[in-house]
Design a protein. Structure first.
Length: 130
């Protein structure tokens, strides 16, 4: 049984890797991207905590009325914990529903993209235009 599972997983990855390289995404690429984004968001969701803390600290340097490190701790860490939960939940949702080629819910799609901007969540289950 373990061997069969490995063969199936390998076949899926080979099918996803052999898709079109230019132009509009096809179905296999869309679901492959959704699955990999979901797994990545589950595994790296904790990066939201330092990201939000750093962003809150940097925000305090642009606005002199904010208390600096105190602002980063009191707002950045709770926001990071909330975004960690949100990114993990949407990652689990993406993994469960990966056969449906929908647009990503968290924006930016990956935690490391546009690191200086705060994470926000878009509409759920919006299909790609065909």
């Amino acid at each position: 049984m373990n061997y069969r599972l490995k063969v199936i997983v390998l076949a899926i990855f080979m099918a996803l890797a052999s898709g079109e390289t230019m132009g509009q995404e096809n179905y296999a690429q869309a679901i492959g991207h959704k699955l990999s984004a979901g797994l990545t968001n589950i595994v790296l969701s904790w990066v939201e905590i330092p990201k939000c803390t750093i962003n809150a600290y940097n925000e305090s340097h642009y606005d002199s009325s904010l208390p600096g490190l105190g602002w980063a701790i009191t707002t950045g860490i709770p926001m990071g914990v909330a975004n960690t939960a949100g990114r993990m939940f949407t990652g689990i949702l993406d993994v469960i529903t990966f056969p449906l080629p929908t647009k990503p819910i968290p924006q930016p799609n990956y935690v490391w993209q546009d690191f200086r901007s705060d994470t926000h969540y878009g509409e759920a289950f919006i299909f790609y235009d065909e």
